[in-house]
Design a protein around this ligand. Structure first.
Ligand code: ADP
Length: 496
């Protein structure tokens, strides 16, 4: 009986590998950072070879650490930085250009062109996304334009496009498999999330040949066998999902109305909307959560640009705190902010405001305002901004919520989690194992081979959670949130 699932967690700054046992516990972890390249302002690129090598090294590293052999692995799961695009030669496996990272703005002009052609509504209707350089499609166009002869070679089927999962799978199987799955496909701007096929209209709008696209499979099921030389024996890849969808799965958000928030540099909120693809009125994205057994589930996705980054700013920009954890102690040392609000709209405001000219603001200051109150206002801003997105999701999906499941670096702040519960009027549930993204990949892979029988079996393997129950009166909640909305108004339409 195989003892572990190997999860490969290929992120934006590092490649990690984790081993999970049947109880869902992390028994080993290895991690390697890799280089970030910024060839021009706003451009971000990775070396695809380095992504693969660092990922392989982490996989071998964690196995050595635990003393696990390939025969101890029931399966391999992959989760990955989403939207990042790689194009390589089908025969040799050689990339023809660096990987263009999701953050990169280098295909902005291609997006402008799509907008000028009036395609925004079509894009949203077909892909669930908005026209933005963030998604893979325009990055692929950029690469085909940047490399001599690439368009013809792509049309002749000599080139492969893949998101990072596809690139890793191709390498793991030594070029035998060129495939992806629903959650990653739904981030490319090329995939019709309703018809569940590459979208001919989008392919022709961007002049991207179908011949270079991977086959799209279920997120849980057989993807291919890892060549024995990589891990010292054969083992199957049986689960793949993009990082945010993997986190949704790892959090056990299996039913519609289930919601998770990842508190990192920014916040990433995803809500399962079941078999219905909800259309957003407030600029949220509609995306595929995963496909299992031929059934697809959808999600609404929204993000807050500045969350943990506000805490970093309190530390590095203002020098008000020594480290992120100290924000909790200072926030607790005062009963409230004394009416101070900090709106960290440093780079504009996302959902539901979509105001790129908004800038950060601190309002309600008096002669008596203290450092502790400002720090507290910084933490509270994370909870208020998350509520903005949650309200938009509830409105768009017409679903009611039972709780908010949380993960990410800043969810370790108990003050913030309690305030989040209070300001939402909803319980907040924090898992004991915070590695939910990797767990999601492991879970998809484990279901694919019967390591876990079903979703109920997975739920049972989840350790104890910490619950934060709302304790604030509705009147106080409403009045605080109204104050936030007034503060947001003050920050809007500022940059000229
Ligand atoms: P990312 O994946 O975006 O790099 P992480 O999930 O590693 O982010 O979380 C790091 C972020 O969380 C940082 O912005 C940091 O300021 C914030 N953070 C970490 N610990 C705390 C804490 N105890 N209280 C508040 N914020 C925190």
């Amino acid at each position: 009986m195989s003892r572990y699932i190997l999860a490969l967690d290929q992120g934006t700054t590092s490649s990690r590998a984790l081993l999970f046992d049947h109880e869902g516990a992390v028994v080993g972890l290895d991690q390697y950072e890799f280089s970030q390249s910024f060839p021009q302002p706003g451009w971000v690129e990775h070396d695809p070879e380095e992504i693969w090598q660092s990922q392989l090294r982490a996989a071998r590293g964690v196995m050595a650490q635990v003393g696990a052999k390939a025969s101890d692995l029931a399966a391999v799961g992959i989760t990955n930085q989403r939207e990042t695009a790689v194009v390589w030669e089908r025969e040799s496996g050689r990339p023809i250009y660096p990987a263009i990272v999701w953050q990169s703005r280098q295909s902005m002009a291609i997006c402008d062109d799509l907008r000028e052609r009036g395609l925004e509504e079509e894009v949203k209707r077909r892909t669930g996304l908005v026209v933005d350089a963030y998604f893979s499609g325009t990055k692929v166009r950029f690469i085909l334009d940047a490399v001599d002869g690439a368009q013809q070679r792509a049309e002749a089927g000599e080139l492969c496009f893949g998101t990072v999962d596809t690139w890793l799978l191709y390498n793991l199987t030594k070029g035998r498999v060129h495939a992806t799955e629903y959650s990653n496909a739904s981030r490319t701007l090329l995939y019709n999330i309703h018809e569940r096929d590459w979208d001919d209209f989008m392919l022709s709008a961007l002049n991207i040949p179908r011949a270079m696209l991977p086959e799209v499979r279920d997120s849980s099921g057989e993807f291919g066998i890892v060549a024995s030389e990589w891990l010292g024996g054969e083992v199957s890849v049986t689960g793949i999902a993009g990082d945010q969808q993997a986190a949704l799965f790892g959090q056990g958000c299996f039913e519609s109305g289930r919601l998770k928030n990842t508190y990192g540099t920014g916040c990433f909120l995803l809500m399962n909307t079941g078999n219905e693809a909800a259309t957003s009125e407030s600029g949220l994205l509609t995306t595929i959560a995963w496909g299992i057994g031929g059934e697809v589930e959808y999600a609404l996705e929204g993000s807050v640009f500045v969350a943990g980054a506000a805490v970093q700013w309190l530390r590095d920009g203002l020098g008000l705190i020594e480290d992120a954890a100290q924000s909790e102690e200072l926030a607790r040392s005062v009963p409230d902010t004394g009416g101070v609000y900090l709106v960290p709209a440093f780079t504009g405001l996302g959902a539901p405001y979509w105001d790129e000219r908004a800038r950060g603001a601190m309002v309600g200051l008096t002669r008596g305002t203290t450092r502790e109150q400002i720090v507290r206002a910084g933490l509270e801003s994370i909870a208020f901004s998350s509520r903005d997105v949650v309200d938009a999701m509830v409105n768009d999906a017409g679903l009611s919520l039972d709780c908010l499941r949380v993960d990410g670096g800043a969810c370790q702040n108990d003050f913030l989690m309690q305030f989040q519960a209070d300001i939402l009027g909803l319980s907040v549930e924090r898992p004991a194992v915070l590695e939910v993204t990797a767990m999601g990949a492991a879970a998809l892979a484990g279901l694919g081979v019967g390591f876990w029988r079903d979703r109920a079996d997975l739920e049972a393997s989840k350790g104890p959670t910490t619950l934060f129950e709302p304790a604030m009166s509705a009147a106080k909640r409403d009045s605080l949130y109204r104050g936030w909305q007034r503060a947001v108004e003050r920050s809007r339409d500022w940059a000229e």
